[in-house]
Each structure stands twice: as C-alpha cells, then as structure tokens.
Design a protein around this ligand. Structure first.
Ligand code: DX5
Ligand code: ZN
Length: 219
C-alpha cells in the first residue's frame, strides 16, 4: 500500500501539535514539511525553528522538502533541527550531486525534486544515489492547486527509470492529491503521496480514511 505524507503547510499552525497527533492516530506514515524561501518559489513558509518544533511533537519521519535556492547552505541546519529526509530541487542548485552527498554525510535520507516543466533526465545521473525521487504535480509554492494531468505519464516514465537504475529509491508525488487523483498516481507508480489540503481541510481522521480507501481501491 502506498504511504501517505500529510503536508503541514495546510495545517492550523496554532494547533500544530494537536494536528500532528491526529495525523499519527489516523495512520499517516510520514510528515511532509514544505520549506519556501520567497525566491525559488514566490511564497515564504517555514524554517528551521518550526522543524525543531515538529520534531518535538511527533515520532513520524520528517520529510523536509526544501523549495529554496542554494539548498547546500541550509542542509546542515535542517538536519540538526530533526529532518529525517531532506529533498532538494534540481532547479535550485548546479551542484545537486554534491548536495545529495552532503545530506547522506549528515546521516539523513536524500531526495531530489523536479518541477512540472523540468525534464525527467535530471534524475538519471543521480538516481543510484537517491533514497527519494519527488515529482511535482503542481508548480511549487502553494497548497490547494489543481493536479497537472500530464504528471501521470511522467510518473510512469519515472517509475521505469527508477526500476532500472535504483529499485530501492521511493517515488513521491506532491501537489493536487485528493481521493480521485490518489488512486491514479498510485496506479501510475507512486510510493508516497503528499497531501495538504485533502488532509487538513475539515476532519483529519475522516480525510485520511477517505484517502486510504481510495488507495486500497486502486490496487
Ligand atoms: C507545494 C508543496 C506541497 C503542498 C501540497 O509547493 O510542495 O507539498 O503543500 O498541497 P496540496 O496537497 O494542497 O496540493
Ligand atoms: Zn512539498
């Protein structure tokens, strides 16, 4: 069964600990943390101190998605703050391979993300080194956007690439996941689904139950 990663970007930040507990109790597998710098993406979200607070509030794996330029300048700080996995964007640095090595040297799992307009080829040279390949299904920067349908074909191609170059690398899909798209992305090869709005808007437990049942029906 695919894993579910609620994105705290859409959580109520005044009740973060409580909402994390609700995610844990509803059976979320990991917590996705969207870090935005106002440069790589138009929006500014959260930083190191919030990751520290999240670490104190949950035992779930913290899957930190860095949407920031020159991620190598901040990787160590996020690792020390309690990130379990750190994902950088291929478009955000000319030194993706070095950044991946840096993440591993800090004892963390390393991911590479690409935007909807970025060729899948960016994954090829680093695939053997990756723990996670993150395919954006919306343009990063905001929660609540519509899933870009072309992402499904890209996902199938990414799955073939992963299967041939590094079968232990997990494929994560981020953006526009809801009960309808969840089933489609799992059928196309996703191992981990990030969901913000679909988890945090309304009742967390029943939202996660709905997403889970759509995953089960897609198998
Ligand atoms: C978008 C972020 C996503 C976002 C997903 O830039 O990387 O993780 O929180 O939000 P939804 O699930 O609402 O599309
Ligand atoms: Zn994200």
């Amino acid at each position: 069964m695919a894993r579910l990663a609620p994105s705290v970007l859409s959580a109520d930040f005044a009740r973060l600990a409580e909402q994390l507990r609700a995610c844990e109790e509803a059976g979320a597998d990991l917590i996705h943390v969207d870090v935005m710098d106002g440069r790589f993406v138009p929006n500014i979200s959260l930083g190191v101190v919030v990751v520290e607070a999240l670490k104190r509030s949950t035992r779930l794996f913290l899957d930190v998605h860095l949407m920031i330029v020159e991620p190598e300048r901040h990787i160590e700080a996020f690792a020390k703050a309690g990130a379990d996995g750190i994902t950088i964007h291929a478009e955000a640095t000319p030194h993706a391979h070095r950044a991946i090595e840096q993440i591993h040297s800090l004892g963390k799992q390393a991911g590479l993300a690409i935007n909807p307009a970025t060729p899948l080829d960016f994954f090829k040279p680093v695939m053997p080194a990756l723990d996670l390949a993150l395919l954006m299904a919306v343009n990063p920067g905001f929660g609540g956007q519509k899933f870009i349908p072309e992402s499904l074909a890209r996902l199938q191609d990414l799955k073939s690439l992963r299967d041939s170059l590094n079968p232990r690398c997990l494929i994560e899909v981020d953006g526009g996941i809801n009960a309808a798209t969840a089933a489609q992305v799992v059928a196309a090869g996703a191992d981990i689904l990030v969901a913000g709005t679909a988890v945090f808007s309304g009742d967390i437990k029943s939202n996660i139950d709905t997403l889970r049942s759509s995953l089960a029906s897609s198998r």
